[in-house]
Design a protein around this ligand. Structure first.
Ligand code: NAP
Length: 285
Protein backbone atom coordinates (compact mmCIF):
# COMPACT_ATOMS: atom_id res chain seq x y z
CA UNK A 1 0.00 0.00 0.00
CA UNK A 2 1.75 3.21 -1.08
CA UNK A 3 -0.19 5.86 0.86
CA UNK A 4 -3.61 6.83 2.11
CA UNK A 5 -5.07 9.98 0.58
CA UNK A 6 -8.26 11.98 0.84
CA UNK A 7 -9.70 9.91 -2.00
CA UNK A 8 -8.73 6.47 -0.73
CA UNK A 9 -11.60 4.01 -1.04
CA UNK A 10 -12.19 2.28 2.29
CA UNK A 11 -13.51 -1.25 2.70
CA UNK A 12 -13.01 -3.98 5.26
CA UNK A 13 -14.26 -6.97 7.17
CA UNK A 14 -16.21 -6.88 10.42
CA UNK A 15 -16.32 -9.75 12.88
CA UNK A 16 -15.68 -10.50 16.54
CA UNK A 17 -13.00 -11.67 16.89
CA UNK A 18 -11.56 -10.54 13.58
CA UNK A 19 -7.80 -10.23 14.12
CA UNK A 20 -7.27 -13.76 12.74
CA UNK A 21 -9.06 -12.91 9.46
CA UNK A 22 -7.10 -13.53 6.25
CA UNK A 23 -9.36 -11.18 4.28
CA UNK A 24 -7.17 -8.04 4.77
CA UNK A 25 -4.12 -9.95 3.53
CA UNK A 26 -5.99 -11.21 0.46
CA UNK A 27 -7.77 -7.95 -0.48
CA UNK A 28 -4.78 -5.66 0.16
CA UNK A 29 -2.57 -7.90 -2.00
CA UNK A 30 -5.10 -7.51 -4.82
CA UNK A 31 -5.40 -3.73 -4.18
CA UNK A 32 -1.60 -3.34 -4.40
CA UNK A 33 -1.31 -5.44 -7.56
CA UNK A 34 -4.15 -3.51 -9.22
CA UNK A 35 -2.62 -0.18 -8.17
CA UNK A 36 -5.89 0.99 -6.59
CA UNK A 37 -6.19 3.98 -4.25
CA UNK A 38 -7.93 1.81 -1.66
CA UNK A 39 -7.47 0.09 1.68
CA UNK A 40 -9.12 -2.96 3.30
CA UNK A 41 -9.25 -3.08 7.12
CA UNK A 42 -10.34 -5.51 9.85
CA UNK A 43 -12.84 -3.96 12.27
CA UNK A 44 -14.47 -5.40 15.35
CA UNK A 45 -17.47 -3.41 16.64
CA UNK A 46 -18.99 -4.74 19.84
CA UNK A 47 -22.27 -6.56 19.28
CA UNK A 48 -24.37 -3.83 20.97
CA UNK A 49 -22.95 -1.22 18.58
CA UNK A 50 -23.19 -3.21 15.38
CA UNK A 51 -26.36 -1.42 14.23
CA UNK A 52 -25.08 2.13 14.88
CA UNK A 53 -21.71 1.20 13.38
CA UNK A 54 -23.22 -0.11 10.15
CA UNK A 55 -25.73 2.71 9.90
CA UNK A 56 -22.84 5.17 10.36
CA UNK A 57 -21.23 3.79 7.20
CA UNK A 58 -24.20 4.87 5.07
CA UNK A 59 -23.65 7.42 2.36
CA UNK A 60 -20.62 5.99 0.62
CA UNK A 61 -17.97 6.99 3.19
CA UNK A 62 -17.13 3.31 3.35
CA UNK A 63 -17.51 1.40 0.07
CA UNK A 64 -18.53 -1.82 1.72
CA UNK A 65 -17.81 -4.42 4.36
CA UNK A 66 -17.41 -8.15 4.35
CA UNK A 67 -19.09 -9.69 7.37
CA UNK A 68 -17.94 -12.70 9.33
CA UNK A 69 -18.93 -14.49 12.56
CA UNK A 70 -21.00 -13.68 14.54
CA UNK A 71 -22.61 -10.83 12.55
CA UNK A 72 -23.81 -12.41 9.29
CA UNK A 73 -27.49 -12.82 10.22
CA UNK A 74 -27.72 -9.44 11.94
CA UNK A 75 -26.03 -7.77 8.97
CA UNK A 76 -28.74 -9.07 6.64
CA UNK A 77 -31.43 -7.63 8.94
CA UNK A 78 -29.72 -4.21 8.96
CA UNK A 79 -29.65 -3.91 5.17
CA UNK A 80 -32.30 -2.06 3.13
CA UNK A 81 -32.29 -4.63 0.37
CA UNK A 82 -30.70 -8.00 -0.24
CA UNK A 83 -29.80 -10.20 -3.15
CA UNK A 84 -31.79 -13.39 -3.70
CA UNK A 85 -28.81 -15.50 -2.60
CA UNK A 86 -28.43 -13.53 0.64
CA UNK A 87 -32.12 -14.07 1.43
CA UNK A 88 -31.90 -17.77 0.69
CA UNK A 89 -28.74 -18.10 2.77
CA UNK A 90 -30.39 -16.11 5.59
CA UNK A 91 -27.15 -14.21 6.05
CA UNK A 92 -24.96 -11.50 4.51
CA UNK A 93 -21.20 -11.76 4.14
CA UNK A 94 -21.08 -8.50 2.16
CA UNK A 95 -22.68 -5.08 2.74
CA UNK A 96 -22.38 -2.39 0.09
CA UNK A 97 -22.97 1.28 0.98
CA UNK A 98 -24.38 3.26 -1.91
CA UNK A 99 -24.18 7.01 -2.37
CA UNK A 100 -28.00 6.97 -2.03
CA UNK A 101 -27.52 6.14 1.69
CA UNK A 102 -28.88 2.64 1.14
CA UNK A 103 -27.30 -0.60 2.34
CA UNK A 104 -27.38 -3.60 -0.01
CA UNK A 105 -26.68 -7.07 1.36
CA UNK A 106 -25.17 -9.92 -0.60
CA UNK A 107 -23.74 -13.33 0.15
CA UNK A 108 -20.77 -14.64 -1.81
CA UNK A 109 -20.04 -17.66 0.44
CA UNK A 110 -22.01 -19.98 -1.84
CA UNK A 111 -20.05 -18.78 -4.86
CA UNK A 112 -16.90 -19.49 -2.84
CA UNK A 113 -18.01 -23.03 -2.09
CA UNK A 114 -18.77 -23.80 -5.74
CA UNK A 115 -15.50 -22.15 -6.85
CA UNK A 116 -13.54 -24.26 -4.35
CA UNK A 117 -15.02 -27.46 -5.81
CA UNK A 118 -14.27 -26.25 -9.33
CA UNK A 119 -10.64 -25.52 -8.38
CA UNK A 120 -9.79 -28.58 -6.32
CA UNK A 121 -12.25 -31.22 -7.59
CA UNK A 122 -12.53 -30.16 -11.25
CA UNK A 123 -14.08 -33.47 -12.35
CA UNK A 124 -16.98 -33.07 -9.92
CA UNK A 125 -20.34 -32.24 -11.51
CA UNK A 126 -22.91 -31.35 -8.89
CA UNK A 127 -25.97 -31.59 -11.13
CA UNK A 128 -28.29 -34.38 -10.03
CA UNK A 129 -26.02 -35.43 -7.15
CA UNK A 130 -26.62 -36.17 -3.48
CA UNK A 131 -24.52 -33.96 -1.19
CA UNK A 132 -24.21 -34.57 2.56
CA UNK A 133 -23.59 -31.47 4.69
CA UNK A 134 -22.57 -31.72 8.36
CA UNK A 135 -24.11 -28.82 10.30
CA UNK A 136 -27.12 -26.56 10.02
CA UNK A 137 -25.71 -23.20 11.10
CA UNK A 138 -25.31 -20.13 8.92
CA UNK A 139 -22.58 -21.68 6.77
CA UNK A 140 -24.63 -24.84 6.19
CA UNK A 141 -27.68 -22.84 5.14
CA UNK A 142 -25.62 -20.81 2.69
CA UNK A 143 -24.01 -24.00 1.38
CA UNK A 144 -27.37 -25.77 1.02
CA UNK A 145 -28.80 -22.78 -0.87
CA UNK A 146 -25.82 -22.72 -3.22
CA UNK A 147 -25.86 -26.50 -3.76
CA UNK A 148 -29.59 -26.54 -4.56
CA UNK A 149 -29.06 -23.53 -6.82
CA UNK A 150 -26.23 -25.34 -8.63
CA UNK A 151 -28.47 -28.33 -9.36
CA UNK A 152 -27.88 -30.84 -6.56
CA UNK A 153 -30.72 -33.39 -6.48
CA UNK A 154 -30.67 -33.73 -2.69
CA UNK A 155 -28.83 -31.98 0.13
CA UNK A 156 -28.74 -34.05 3.33
CA UNK A 157 -28.22 -31.97 6.44
CA UNK A 158 -26.80 -33.82 9.44
CA UNK A 159 -27.10 -31.76 12.61
CA UNK A 160 -27.05 -32.09 16.38
CA UNK A 161 -30.07 -29.79 16.69
CA UNK A 162 -32.56 -31.32 14.30
CA UNK A 163 -34.97 -28.34 14.31
CA UNK A 164 -32.28 -26.06 12.90
CA UNK A 165 -31.87 -28.36 9.90
CA UNK A 166 -35.65 -28.63 9.51
CA UNK A 167 -35.94 -24.83 9.42
CA UNK A 168 -33.51 -24.77 6.49
CA UNK A 169 -35.71 -27.33 4.73
CA UNK A 170 -38.73 -25.07 5.26
CA UNK A 171 -36.95 -22.24 3.45
CA UNK A 172 -35.16 -24.18 0.72
CA UNK A 173 -37.76 -26.81 -0.08
CA UNK A 174 -38.03 -30.55 -0.50
CA UNK A 175 -34.56 -31.12 -1.91
CA UNK A 176 -33.36 -30.75 1.70
CA UNK A 177 -33.39 -33.90 3.84
CA UNK A 178 -32.65 -33.96 7.56
CA UNK A 179 -30.59 -36.55 9.45
CA UNK A 180 -29.26 -36.95 13.00
CA UNK A 181 -25.63 -37.84 13.78
CA UNK A 182 -26.86 -41.34 14.64
CA UNK A 183 -28.01 -41.75 11.02
CA UNK A 184 -24.63 -41.13 9.36
CA UNK A 185 -24.56 -44.41 7.40
CA UNK A 186 -27.90 -43.50 5.79
CA UNK A 187 -26.74 -39.92 5.21
CA UNK A 188 -23.56 -41.20 3.47
CA UNK A 189 -25.34 -43.73 1.27
CA UNK A 190 -24.90 -42.74 -2.39
CA UNK A 191 -23.45 -39.30 -1.56
CA UNK A 192 -21.23 -37.69 -4.19
CA UNK A 193 -19.78 -35.18 -1.71
CA UNK A 194 -19.45 -34.66 2.03
CA UNK A 195 -19.03 -31.13 3.39
CA UNK A 196 -18.20 -30.23 7.00
CA UNK A 197 -19.85 -26.92 7.83
CA UNK A 198 -19.86 -27.37 11.59
CA UNK A 199 -17.33 -25.49 13.69
CA UNK A 200 -15.91 -28.85 14.82
CA UNK A 201 -12.26 -29.40 13.93
CA UNK A 202 -11.29 -25.74 14.37
CA UNK A 203 -7.79 -25.34 15.87
CA UNK A 204 -8.02 -25.37 19.67
CA UNK A 205 -11.70 -26.35 19.58
CA UNK A 206 -13.65 -29.57 19.77
CA UNK A 207 -12.51 -32.20 17.26
CA UNK A 208 -14.73 -33.66 14.56
CA UNK A 209 -14.62 -37.39 15.10
CA UNK A 210 -16.41 -39.48 12.54
CA UNK A 211 -15.77 -42.57 10.49
CA UNK A 212 -15.94 -42.26 6.73
CA UNK A 213 -17.06 -45.91 6.46
CA UNK A 214 -20.00 -46.12 4.11
CA UNK A 215 -19.09 -42.97 2.18
CA UNK A 216 -18.75 -43.90 -1.51
CA UNK A 217 -15.07 -44.06 -2.57
CA UNK A 218 -15.67 -41.50 -5.33
CA UNK A 219 -17.18 -38.94 -2.94
CA UNK A 220 -15.38 -35.58 -2.70
CA UNK A 221 -14.75 -34.47 0.91
CA UNK A 222 -14.70 -30.76 1.75
CA UNK A 223 -14.06 -28.99 5.07
CA UNK A 224 -15.04 -25.34 5.51
CA UNK A 225 -12.71 -25.11 8.50
CA UNK A 226 -9.35 -23.76 7.27
CA UNK A 227 -7.41 -23.51 10.52
CA UNK A 228 -5.73 -25.95 10.31
CA UNK A 229 -5.73 -26.14 6.53
CA UNK A 230 -5.47 -29.93 6.58
CA UNK A 231 -8.11 -30.80 9.14
CA UNK A 232 -8.26 -34.33 10.60
CA UNK A 233 -11.31 -34.90 8.35
CA UNK A 234 -9.35 -33.96 5.21
CA UNK A 235 -6.32 -36.01 6.31
CA UNK A 236 -8.51 -39.09 6.88
CA UNK A 237 -10.37 -38.53 3.60
CA UNK A 238 -7.15 -38.15 1.59
CA UNK A 239 -5.74 -41.29 3.24
CA UNK A 240 -8.86 -43.18 2.08
CA UNK A 241 -8.36 -41.94 -1.48
CA UNK A 242 -11.08 -39.26 -1.56
CA UNK A 243 -10.54 -36.06 -3.52
CA UNK A 244 -10.43 -33.22 -0.96
CA UNK A 245 -11.40 -29.55 -1.06
CA UNK A 246 -10.24 -27.15 1.66
CA UNK A 247 -11.81 -24.16 3.39
CA UNK A 248 -9.08 -21.73 2.30
CA UNK A 249 -10.09 -22.22 -1.33
CA UNK A 250 -13.68 -21.36 -0.33
CA UNK A 251 -12.49 -18.25 1.52
CA UNK A 252 -10.59 -17.08 -1.56
CA UNK A 253 -13.57 -18.05 -3.74
CA UNK A 254 -15.90 -15.75 -1.77
CA UNK A 255 -13.30 -12.97 -1.68
CA UNK A 256 -13.09 -12.70 -5.49
CA UNK A 257 -16.70 -11.59 -6.11
CA UNK A 258 -16.54 -9.49 -2.93
CA UNK A 259 -13.52 -7.60 -4.29
CA UNK A 260 -15.26 -6.99 -7.59
CA UNK A 261 -18.34 -5.62 -5.81
CA UNK A 262 -16.24 -3.42 -3.50
CA UNK A 263 -13.77 -2.04 -6.02
CA UNK A 264 -15.60 -2.31 -9.35
CA UNK A 265 -13.13 -4.62 -11.04
CA UNK A 266 -12.12 -8.28 -10.76
CA UNK A 267 -9.03 -9.06 -8.67
CA UNK A 268 -5.79 -9.27 -10.66
CA UNK A 269 -5.13 -12.87 -11.63
CA UNK A 270 -1.36 -12.69 -11.27
CA UNK A 271 -1.37 -12.58 -7.46
CA UNK A 272 -1.19 -16.00 -5.77
CA UNK A 273 -3.22 -15.10 -2.69
CA UNK A 274 -3.37 -18.74 -1.64
CA UNK A 275 0.43 -18.84 -1.34
CA UNK A 276 0.36 -15.53 0.56
CA UNK A 277 -2.31 -16.84 2.94
CA UNK A 278 -0.24 -19.95 3.59
CA UNK A 279 3.00 -18.06 4.13
CA UNK A 280 1.99 -14.79 5.77
CA UNK A 281 1.41 -13.80 9.38
CA UNK A 282 -1.62 -15.69 10.76
CA UNK A 283 -1.16 -18.27 8.02
CA UNK A 284 -3.92 -20.78 7.44
CA UNK A 285 -1.58 -23.80 7.47
P1 NAP B 1 -22.73 -21.52 13.38
O1 NAP B 1 -23.89 -20.84 12.76
O2 NAP B 1 -22.33 -21.20 14.79
O3 NAP B 1 -23.03 -23.12 13.27
C1 NAP B 1 -22.19 -24.05 13.93
C2 NAP B 1 -22.59 -25.46 13.49
O4 NAP B 1 -21.70 -26.38 14.16
C3 NAP B 1 -24.01 -25.87 13.90
O5 NAP B 1 -24.51 -26.79 12.97
C4 NAP B 1 -23.77 -26.58 15.25
O6 NAP B 1 -24.77 -27.52 15.58
C5 NAP B 1 -22.48 -27.30 14.95
N1 NAP B 1 -21.78 -27.64 16.19
C6 NAP B 1 -21.08 -26.78 16.97
N2 NAP B 1 -20.59 -27.46 18.04
C7 NAP B 1 -21.00 -28.76 17.90
C8 NAP B 1 -20.82 -29.94 18.68
N3 NAP B 1 -20.10 -29.92 19.81
N4 NAP B 1 -21.36 -31.09 18.23
C9 NAP B 1 -22.09 -31.13 17.09
N5 NAP B 1 -22.31 -30.03 16.30
C10 NAP B 1 -21.77 -28.86 16.72
O7 NAP B 1 -21.41 -21.29 12.52
P2 NAP B 1 -21.32 -21.12 10.93
O8 NAP B 1 -21.38 -19.69 10.56
O9 NAP B 1 -22.28 -22.05 10.31
O10 NAP B 1 -19.80 -21.58 10.65
C11 NAP B 1 -19.44 -22.95 10.76
C12 NAP B 1 -17.97 -23.14 10.36
O11 NAP B 1 -17.79 -22.85 8.97
C13 NAP B 1 -17.00 -22.22 11.11
O12 NAP B 1 -15.86 -22.98 11.46
C14 NAP B 1 -16.66 -21.16 10.09
O13 NAP B 1 -15.37 -20.59 10.32
C15 NAP B 1 -16.68 -21.99 8.81
N6 NAP B 1 -16.88 -21.15 7.60
C16 NAP B 1 -15.89 -21.14 6.67
C17 NAP B 1 -16.05 -20.39 5.52
C18 NAP B 1 -14.95 -20.39 4.49
O14 NAP B 1 -14.93 -19.49 3.64
N7 NAP B 1 -14.06 -21.37 4.51
C19 NAP B 1 -17.20 -19.61 5.32
C20 NAP B 1 -18.21 -19.66 6.29
C21 NAP B 1 -18.02 -20.43 7.44
P3 NAP B 1 -26.09 -27.04 16.41
O15 NAP B 1 -27.02 -26.41 15.41
O16 NAP B 1 -26.61 -28.29 16.99
O17 NAP B 1 -25.60 -26.07 17.45
Amino acid sequence: MSRITGTTRVAGVIGRPVAHSLSPLIHNAWIDAAGLDAVYLALSPSGDWLGPFINGCRGGLVAGLNVTLPFKTHALELADRASERAWRAGAANLLLFGEDDQIAADNTDGLGLIAAFAAQAPGFDIVGQIVTVLGAGGAARGAAAALVGAGAAVVRLVNRTRERAEQIGEVLGDRIQVFGWDQLPAAFDGAAALINSTSLGLEGGEPLTLSLDGLPAAAVVMDMVYRPLRTPLLIAAAASGHTIVDGLEMLIGQARPSFEALFGQPPPVEVDVRALALAGPGAAA
